[in-house]
Design a protein around this ligand. Structure first.
Ligand code: NDP
Length: 237
């Protein structure tokens, strides 16, 4: 079955790798790669000329912290889809401020991180729900982090980032309760070598993304509201 996908934060890191892998997947028809500065997303545009792609790439401008840009992106995507619907939305865009703790955190960082990591996916999801309703799969994958897991016990570090991803987790849980017709869930990509994860990270981007795609393609209604890692294992709340 051919499918349609939208990935936010597609300019680099996990988002870019997701777009690359999906375009090479024979069952993927269209990938919307959303990023806030398409003109500087050189690696993304290079995929247009790649011979190993089977799906069609559309690069769409979207800053997840700017509702007007989200609505413009939604209108552009709707125009291209022409009633076909969006099968998979991956809310991948995210930011991580400098490591901090409850006593050292910076109020501006706290606000901007919650804006990008919680309000962003909330507004993107709300805007795209009409297109997702028209899709066959109705999957919304929100990229969270094991650092949001109290059960995993990460200690006092990365407080602002952890708080923001906990907010994303609750958002996803609430959506699953409100909309049993959709499949919203959380995926932890593992510790990945990207600008955010750093060069000491355990996983190459392609290792994480291979797992993420497998998980996202295979979720069913019973996975709505779950917190799953890139290998398919449940992450404790
Ligand atoms: P990177 O820092 O490498 O990439 C972040 C991406 O998000 C970039 O494409 C960036 O775009 C985009 N982005 C940031 N803010 C906005 C915005 N306001 N609007 C649109 N796009 C935005 O991070 P990763 O690829 O490593 O992370 C991807 C996701 O995975 C994030 O949600 C992150 O929290 C999560 N994650 C990552 C882990 C890791 O080890 N790497 C571990 C656990 C979770 P631009 O180029 O314009 O800045």
């Amino acid at each position: 079955m051919s499918s349609t996908w939208l990935i936010t934060g597609a300019s680099r890191g996990i988002g870019l790798e997701l777009v690359k892998r999906l375009l090479a997947s024979p069952d993927v028809e269209v990938v919307f790669a959303a990023c806030r500065s398409p003109q500087s997303a050189i690696s993304l545009h290079a995929l247009h000329n790649s011979t190993s792609t089977s799906g069609t790439l559309h690069v769409v401008r979207m800053d997840v912290t700017d509702e007007a840009s989200i609505i413009c992106a939604k209108d552009e995507v709707a125009e291209i889809l022409q009633g076909k619907g969006l099968d998979y939305l991956i809310n991948n865009a995210g930011v991580a401020p400098q490591d901090d703790s409850t006593t050292t955190l910076d109020s501006k960082d706290l606000m901007s991180t919650i804006l990008a990591n919680v309000a962003g996916p909330a507004l993107v999801t709300r805007a795209f729900i009409p297109l997702i309703e028209q899709g066959d799969r109705k999957v919304i994958a929100n990229v969270s982090s094991a650092m949001a897991s109290i059960g995993t016990d990460w200690g006092k570090e990365h407080t602002t980032y952890s708080i923001s991803k906990c907010g994303l987790n609750m958002l996803t849980y609430k959506l699953a309760k409100e909309r049993p017709d959709l499949i919203p869930f959380l995926v932890d990509p593992g510790w990945v070598k990207t600008d955010m994860g750093g060069s000491n990270a355990r996983l190459e981007a392609h290792e994480s993304v291979t797992g993420i795609i497998q998980v996202v393609k295979n979720v069913t209604a019973k996975d709505a509201g779950r917190f799953i890692d890139y290998t398919g294992q449940t992450v404790p709340w």
